[in-house]
Design a protein around this ligand. Structure first.
Ligand code: FE2
Length: 317
């Protein structure tokens, strides 16, 4: 039996073939919001972005994490659950009884033991907060683990992790760099044109040649935390027929664009809120404060892996 935080529970798994179904949702344009991590300022910005262009927002999991304060737990969940939403490992763990999976992250070997233990501790705190909200837990538990969307004929598979597990790491930037053949097999097996995911904390957009034609995996990293060195914005995935003026990078797929759009939330306000709930020495402060303050050691150039199989890269910022 794997230790808590390292395992991938059986009920987290599904077959890539589940994505070969008629679309659950048809939209003009989509904002796919993964890894909000309980940041209410990022939530406000994302909803504003979507509202301004009449786009549909889909929250693909881990919208909870740092929001252990009861009022914030309630606020974030009430707001997110008005939109299309999927369960991430965090929602799955706080909605159910303690299954021994810890945070349910299924952390790979390159994530250290101390960090995994701190994640389990954050999850324990969040579970304690959530226990006072049985009705919200019920609604979280009823959320699906995957969704198929369609924009003008483009089929989009959406999940929290990868095409076979809601906490899978096969669509992480590390695995897609080192073992792209594994990602390609899963992508081809899902039969979608675009697979949108999150969970693994760092963004990547990578194109593949599948038997059906060009296809793309897009991982938005985190909507609620910085994703690149010396930056202070989150990132969401946008899919639409016309490009956004705000995209950081993107690519064209047929008649549509798939883009990474910055979420420029109020950084100072979020730092103040974070420090109040997670003071120095707390598990979240030790694991995440540096990243929230100035981003991880990761560059935009590392995330963009398009142009080899599909249309050219169109950087607009
Ligand atoms: Fe996750």
């Amino acid at each position: 039996m794997a230790e808590p935080g390292r395992s991938c529970p059986r009920h987290y798994r599904y077959s890539p073939a589940v994505f070969a179904r008629p679309a659950d949702l048809k939209a003009q344009s989509l904002y796919i919001v993964g890894g909000l991590y309980g940041n209410p300022f990022a939530l406000e910005m994302v909803l504003d972005l979507a509202r301004r262009e009449g786009a549909t927002a889909v929250f693909n999991g881990d919208f909870n994490w740092f929001n252990v304060d009861p009022a914030e737990f309630e606020g974030v969940n009430e707001a997110v659950l008005r939109h299309a939403a999927l369960r991430g490992n965090v929602e799955t763990e706080i909605a159910g009884e303690d299954s021994g999976a810890g945070c349910g992250c299924a952390y790979p070997e390159w994530v250290g033991d101390a960090e995994v233990e701190r994640s389990n501790e954050i999850l324990r705190r969040l579970r304690e907060t959530a226990s006072a909200y049985p009705e919200l837990r019920e609604r979280l538990s009823a959320l699906p683990p995957h969704l198929v969307a369609e924009i003008g004929g483009l089929r989009i598979g959406i999940a929290h992790g990868d095409a076979e597990s809601l906490a899978g790491w096969q669509f992480s930037q590390e695995t897609m760099r080192d073992r792209p053949e594994r990602a390609l097999a899963l992508l081809a097996g899902s039969g979608v044109d675009v697979f949108a995911c999150t969970h693994t904390c760092l963004p990547v957009m990578q194109d593949f040649a599948t038997p059906r034609g060009s296809a793309l995996i897009v991982n938005n990293g985190a909507a609620g935390m910085p994703n690149f060195r010396d930056t202070r914005f989150g990132l969401v995935t946008r899919i639409a027929s016309t490009p956004s003026t705000q995209a950081l990078y993107g690519t064209r797929l047929g008649a549509n664009v798939v883009e990474a759009v910055p979420v420029r939330y109020d950084h100072e306000a979020w730092m103040t809120r974070f420090d109040r709930v997670w003071p120095a020495g707390s598990p979240a402060s030790l694991s995440y404060r540096k990243r929230i303050a100035s981003g991880p050691g990761y560059e935009v150039e590392q995330a963009v892996r398009t142009g080899t199989h599909t249309g050219s890269l169109s950087r607009t910022a």
